[in-house]
Design a protein around this ligand. Structure first.
Ligand code: SAM
Length: 289
């Protein structure tokens, strides 16, 4: 879609930086697996990414807050809408309470996200059981936080949450000149291939405590909420040093720490490298394994 004086048209309030360099749009499309999973797009804007998605995929459901853009998109994709391949929801995507978007079937989220709410959207997508994959453009710093591995400086609560759901990868960086108007920051495309979804807000709160002061030790951070002697005993059981900083601990160790601090029992390390707790044992007994 062509708009005269796009820089003036763009609304800062809605985080509008339109991706105009089609080489990056092509790379987003190439990153998707070749399957028939329906697409959810948040913030289609002027529809450049939407058009490429519709050219290669059967169905796109889009969510746009700006009424001016909704009117333009309805007109531009009239043919696809009439063919039942394009659906537009006009309004604030964060207003949906159940799941990230009101889709009943499994879907893939592909978007150039509004940066002011990008982290909230990704977390909702991680919690949404129906969302199977996330491919989103975000601020580079945010992509790094989700995709970092234990031991790296950017390893954060967001990294642990992403790794608890599957595999997060920073696919490629995108410079400010690729957008109109150009944002002040470098962007990056983040992919999260989900195998699980987040279902325990307690774990998310626990990680907030664990990473509250990233330069302090994990023991010190956790002591703000849990009894120090209890944490020390658990660290000893797991042979974790009390000197570790939050970014030096692995996702699987955070999962075990959380369960033990909740009071579950520890049965030791299995050969698969996963920790076994009461919950695992109960589930195994139920399935007869
Ligand atoms: N997808 C377009 C592109 O790549 O050029 C536009 C991306 S722009 C960074 C973000 C888009 O998200 C804008 O179209 C903006 O209006 C929309 N947006 C902002 N806040 C939103 C919200 N709460 N719900 C739905 N869409 C929103």
């Amino acid at each position: 879609m062509i708009i005269d004086n796009l820089a003036e048209f763009a609304s800062k309030r809605f985080g509008q930086n339109f991706l105009k360099d089609h080489r990056y749009i092509d790379r987003i499309i190439e990153a998707m697996s070749d399957d028939s999973l329906p697409i959810a797009e948040i913030g289609p804007g002027l529809g450049d990414l939407t058009a490429s998605l519709l050219a290669t995929r059967q169905h796109v459901t889009a969510f746009e807050v700006d009424k001016r853009l909704c009117a333009l998109l309805e007109k531009h994709f009239e043919k696809e809408r009439d063919a039942g391949r394009f659906e537009l929801h006009c309004g604030d995507v964060l207003a949906h309470e159940e799941g990230l978007v009101p889709l009943k079937e499994p879907y893939r989220l592909v978007s150039n996200l509004p940066y002011y709410i990008a982290t909230r959207i990704i977390l909702k997508a991680l919690r949404d059981e129906r969302c199977k994959e996330i491919i989103v453009m975000v601020q580079k710093e945010v992509a790094e936080k989700f995709a970092a591995r234990s031991g790296e400086r950017s390893f954060s609560a967001l990294s642990v949450l992403a790794e608890s759901c599957g595999k997060a990868t920073l696919l490629f960086e995108v410079p400010p000149e690729a957008f109109v108007p150009a944002p002040k920051v470098t962007s990056a495309v983040l992919q999260i291939k989900k195998r699980h979804h987040l279902h325990d807000r307690g774990f998310e709160d626990f990680l907030k405590t664990a990473f509250a002061q990233p330069r302090k030790t994990l023991l010190k951070n956790l002591s703000a909420r849990f009894e120090k002697s209890k944490i020390e005993t658990i660290f000893e059981t797991l042979t974790l040093s009390t000197k570790l900083r939050p970014h030096q601990v692995e996702t699987v160790q955070y999962q075990t720490l959380y369960r033990l601090l909740k009071g579950e029992r520890f049965y030791g390390r299995e050969s698969t490298g996963t920790e076994t707790t009461d919950t695992d044992k109960k589930q195994r007994n139920k399935s007869g394994a």
